[in-house]
Design a protein around this ligand. Structure first.
Ligand code: AMP
Length: 460
């Protein structure tokens, strides 16, 4: 089972704080559907609200009318990459220190959390959750430094891996990106306030304007005196390219670049590499849509919606058990026989992970009467697991690890299969090639994986 990573949002000096956080989390729902939560302040009191499930459901009983003042806060939507789906693991994670409440919301995965946690436990630290995120909070408050910012910097120097973080503190919020800049995080502005979010699709709904991406290694404090940045020592920039391929919403800008434009270019570059001739190009909705438009346009082949999606089913990988996922695949997409029958089809998929959903979908196309089915994938074969926040399965479960394209083609039941080349993928992006993390395709991990012991490493 593969799972999404998380989405985070923070706002400062805004009216109707919980309402604005709610709308923002709603826009970021695609980044995590397991649980969500907020912590916010009206500059006097602090409030917390959390629950398991979708944003809409969790907040259905929340009394927004009660909290209409100006204030600030942070929010989180979660799908577990470390720590099990459990009430105690809902973020933001909250602690109290010297009578004040602090909260932390994390997108990413730390790679040295096992060692850090062992160290902290041996010093008597008691953990409440199985989140790697909790480690950061303990490190902050164990620091002997005077000011909060110095404590924070000292703590962050000890953690390694991927983290886009938001910290709620009595004097405002801190927006932080790790020195490699694995996960997106951007800044926006209201008339008198600010917003920080994983993706700027959240800004449109709440009426904020995009300003910029948070820099690699930047700690941005948003408080009474406006914005102030501090910097950790930079590392090799390693933006997650998979955010462009699959995770982010196409109406977002991530790392300063449009996801829609990048996906369309992936499709155009695929067209340059293709040998197949076909009657139709169809996407696997929704993740294949934009690449398919780019491909069809370049190949001058008609684009059709050969699958119709049932919008009331979540992303299939959200379902926590194998059985529900398989049912989910069938429930979610239905082929349009009138489009498919007797046609030679190019199906566009953004990625193949285990190959199980793809196999089921291709089978559906055959049953709908397709004459030939070619699959083109707008990314290279995924051969290696991700340790930086994307919940891919282990190496053995990745279909492209240890199998040739010919073997994969046979397993999925295709007449042809083409994966976009690494070069084709990288040249679809405006950002420099060597500033991306491509570890899931190449096995070159930009930050050493010292002690990651799997998603359930803290469960036993
Ligand atoms: P499969 O054929 O089982 O490998 O599933 C491929 C489908 O999974 C594609 O439609 C992808 O969009 C989707 N996918 C890609 N990455 C992920 C991920 N990390 N979690 C869940 N689904 C993913």
């Amino acid at each position: 089972m593969i799972r999404e990573n998380c989405g985070i949002v923070g706002i400062y000096n805004v009216k109707d704080v919980p309402k604005i956080l709610y709308f923002s989390l709603f826009s970021l729902q695609h980044r995590g559907q397991e649980s969500c939560g907020i912590i916010f302040s009206d500059f006097k009191n602090t409030y917390i609200y959390k629950g398991m499930g979708l944003v809409n459901d969790v907040f259905s009983k929340f009394d927004f009318e009660k909290y209409k003042n100006f204030g600030f806060g942070i929010g989180h939507v979660r799908y577990s990459t470390t720590g099990s789906p459990d009430i105690k693991n809902i973020q933001p994670f909250i602690v109290e220190y010297k009578g004040e409440k602090y909260g932390i919301a994390h997108n990413g995965t730390l790679v040295n959390s096992y060692t850090l946690r062992e160290e902290l436990e041996s010093q008597g630290t008691l953990f409440q959750t199985t989140l790697d995120t909790e480690i950061i909070i303990h490190l902050i408050f164990r620091s002997k430094k005077e000011s909060f910012i110095d404590k924070l910097i000292e703590a962050l120097k000890k953690v390694k891996g991927a983290y886009s973080l938001l910290i709620f503190s009595p004097d405002g919020i801190y927006a932080i990106k790790d020195p490699n800049g694995f996960r997106p995080l951007c800044l926006g502005k209201f008339e008198n306030g600010y917003v920080v979010a994983s993706e700027n699709c959240a800004f449109d709904l709440i009426g904020a304007n995009y300003i910029r991406e948070i820099e690699e290694g930047e700690i941005l404090h948003i408080g009474e005196n406006g914005l102030k940045s501090y910097y950790l020592q930079k590392n090799k920039i390693s933006r997650c390219i998979f955010e462009f391929i699959y995770f982010a919403r196409p109406d977002s800008k991530i790392f300063g670049e449009s996801v829609y434009k990048a996906r369309k270019k992936l499709g155009e570059n695929l067209a340059r590499e293709l040998q197949f001739k076909a009657d139709l190009v169809i996407p696997i909705p929704d993740s294949g849509n934009i690449a398919a438009i780019g491909l069809a346009e370049k190949l001058k082949i008609p684009f059709e919606m050969g699958f119709i999606r049932n919008h009331y089913v979540g992303r299939t990988f959200i379902m926590p058990f194998q059985t529900s996922r398989e049912i989910g695949v069938k429930v979610k997409l239905n082929p349009v026989k009138e489009v498919i029958k007797d046609k030679c089809i190019i199906v566009v998929e953004d990625s193949i992970v285990r190959g199980t959903t793809s196999t089921l979908r291709i089978n559906e196309l055959r049953k709908a009467g397709a004459r030939n089915v070619y699959m083109v994938v707008s990314s290279p074969p995924i051969k290696y697991p991700c340790f930086y926040g994307i919940d891919f399965p282990t190496k053995n479960e990745l279909i492209a690890s240890g199998k040739t394209i010919k073997e994969i083609k046979k397993i999925i039941g295709l007449d042809g299969l083409h994966y976009l080349s690494l070069k084709g993928m990288l040249s679809s992006m405006d950002l420099p090639d060597d500033e991306f993390c491509t570890a899931c395709f190449t096995g070159q991990y930009p930050v050493e994986i010292s002690d990651f012991k799997g998603k359930e490493q803290f469960e036993k």
